[in-house]
Design a protein around this ligand. Structure first.
Ligand SMILES: [Zn+2]
Ligand SMILES: [Zn+2]
Length: 414
C-alpha cells in the first residue's frame, strides 16, 4: 500500500528543531512573565468574519492567504492566520478588561497562511505573540519593544536592528489617504497589478505593501505617512523614540515601514536580523488602538507584536545532541525486572536514561549507547546479578569498573 505524505507547506518538527522550539517557548514564558504578561491559549479556528473585519478584507492575507472552509453546517471558518484578532475577540468576549488597568497577554502556537512555501516560511508556521490592552501611552510602546528586544537577546541573537514608523491615527490617516489618492491620480494605474487597481480607490494604503515588484516600483515616489501625521501622532512617536534612546535600544526610523494589516495605527515596528538575508524580519508589531472598538468592544487602545519562530530558528545556535546520562544493557533475560528497578531509581534521582527490552549482544548494546550519546553504559549480566553489582563503563574514557548497586548514583555524579 502506498504511504500518505504531508500536506505541502506543513512540516514535522523534530530533533534539534523541536528543541529549538522548546527553547523559544521556555524563554518566552520566562521573559514575558517578568513583565507581567499572562499566557492565553487561543483556539486555532475562528469565524472567518473575525479576520475579514480586523485584518481587513482588502489585504492579501484575507484575499489570498487564508485557509477558509465551511464546516458541516455551512458556517465559514478560518484557521487563524495571526493571533491578534483572536486575542481581541477573547478580550471582548471574556471581558478581560473587567479588572481595570492594563491587560497583558502572550500566546504561542501555530498560524496558517496559504503562501508559497520556502525556507523559513511554511503554510503552518509558528509565532510567539504578546498583546497589551488598555493604554495609549507611548511608554507602553517602549516597554513592549524593550520586552521583545530582551526576549531576542536572551535567545542569543545579535546583529539586530529595530525599525520603527508611525502610521497615524483615525484623525490623520484620512488626510494621508487623500495625499495618496492625489499621487495615484498622477500615476498610470494600468501599470499596477490587478489587485492594486481594484483596491486603489477603496484602500490606497494596501498599495504600499503589495508584494508585486511593479507596484513597489510605482509606489517608490509616494508621499510617506510620516510626513502627514498629526501633531499628536508626531509627539507620540517622539516620546517612544526618546524612551528607546534612554533604554539603550538602537533604532532606525523607516517611513516606508507599513505592515500588511489594516488595523495598525501609530507606532509600528519590525526587528530585522542581518544574518538571514531576504527573510530578514524576525519580529514585528504595532498599535491597534481602534480594533477593540471596531470588533464591538470598549474603546480600549492596544499594542502587540509577533515573532516568527521558523525564522528565529534559523538564527539560533545548534543546541547540540540531547544528553543521556546512562544506558543500561541487560545481558541476561533474568535481569530485566531488576534492570527496570535500577533504571527507575536512577530516574527518580533525576538521571536520564533507558534500557533494552530485548536481549542483544554486548557489542550491539555498546554501539546503541554510543548512538544515544550516553555518558555511561551500565551492564547487568549473570555475574552482576549474582554479586548484586553493576559494571559501569565511562563512554568517553572507555574505563570500566564494578560498582555496588547502592553506589550507582554517586558513581554517575562523578
Ligand atoms: Zn494622528
Ligand atoms: Zn499590486
Amino acid at each position: 500500500m502506498s504511504s500518505i505524505g504531508r500536506i505541502r507547506g506543513f512540516s514535522d518538527i523534530l530533533g534539534q528543531e523541536a528543541r529549538k522550539f522548546r527553547f523559544m517557548e521556555d524563554r518566552a514564558h520566562s521573559v514575558f512573565s517578568r513583565y507581567g504578561f499572562r499566557e492565553l491559549r487561543l483556539p486555532m479556528l475562528e469565524h472567518t468574519e473575525l479576520f475579514a473585519r480586523s485584518i481587513g478584507s482588502d489585504t492579501d492575507v484575507v484575499q489570498k492567504e487564508m485557509f477558509t472552509f465551511p464546516d458541516r453546517k455551512g458556517r465559514h471558518l478560518t484557521l487563524r492566520p495571526e493571533a491578534t484578532a483572536g486575542a481581541v475577540r477573547a478580550y471582548i468576549e471574556d471581558k478581560l478588561y473587567s479588572g481595570g488597568g492594563l491587560t497583558k497577554l502572550f500566546t504561542v502556537g501555530p498560524m496558517f497562511r496559504y503562501e508559497r512555501p520556502q525556507k523559513g516560511r511554511q503554510r503552518q508556521f509558528h509565532q510567539v505573540n504578546a498583546e497589551a490592552f488598555g493604554s495609549a501611552s507611548p511608554l507602553l510602546d517602549a516597554e513592549m519593544i524593550l520586552m521583545l528586544w530582551t526576549y531576542l537577546r536572551e535567545l542569543g541573537l545579535t546583529d539586530l536592528t529595530l525599525q520603527i514608523n508611525s502610521l497615524g491615527c483615525r484623525e490623520c490617516q484620512p488626510v494621508y489617504a487623500e495625499r495618496l489618492q492625489d499621487y495615484l491620480a498622477h500615476t498610470d494605474r494600468s501599470r499596477f497589478c490587478a489587485d492594486c487597481q481594484e483596491r486603489a480607490q477603496r484602500n490606497p494604503f494596501r498599495l504600499l505593501d503589495c508584494k508585486q515588484s511593479q507596484c513597489q516600483e510605482l509606489m517608490r515616489g509616494a508621499p510617506s505617512m510620516l510626513d502627514s501625521v498629526c501633531s499628536d501622532c508626531r509627539s507620540h512617536l517622539d516620546t517612544v523614540l526618546d524612551s528607546l534612546q534612554q533604554l539603550g535600544i538602537p533604532y532606525e526610523v523607516n517611513s516606508g515601514l507599513v505592515r500588511g494589516l489594516d488595523y495598525y495605527q501609530r507606532t509600528t515596528f519590525e526587528i530585522v536580523s542581518g544574518a538571514i538575508g531576504a527573510q530578514s524580519s524576525v519580529a514585528g508589531g504595532g498599535r491597534y488602538d481602534d480594533l477593540v472598538r471596531q470588533l464591538g468592544g470598549p474603546d480600549h487602545p492596544a499594542i502587540g507584536f509577533a515573532c516568527g519562530m521558523e525564522r528565529l530558528s534559523l538564527l539560533l545556535e545548534d543546541p547540540g545532541p540531547e544528553v543521556t546520562d546512562f544506558y543500561l544493557a541487560v545481558l541476561d533475560p533474568e535481569g530485566f525486572s531488576e534492570g527496570m528497578r535500577i533504571c527507575e531509581e536512577l530516574r527518580r534521582k533525576g538521571w536520564k536514561g533507558e534500557m533494552n527490552q530485548e536481549t542483544a549482544s554486548v557489542k550491539s548494546q555498546t554501539r546503541h549507547a554510543h548512538r544515544l550519546g550516553a555518558r555511561f553504559c551500565l551492564f547487568l549480566g549473570q555475574e552482576e546479578l549474582a554479586r548484586e553489582s553493576i559494571t559501569v563503563k565511562d563512554m568517553s574514557s572507555g574505563q570500566q569498573s564494578q560498582c555496588g548497586k547502592e553506589h550507582l548514583p554517586d558513581m554517575l555524579r562523578q
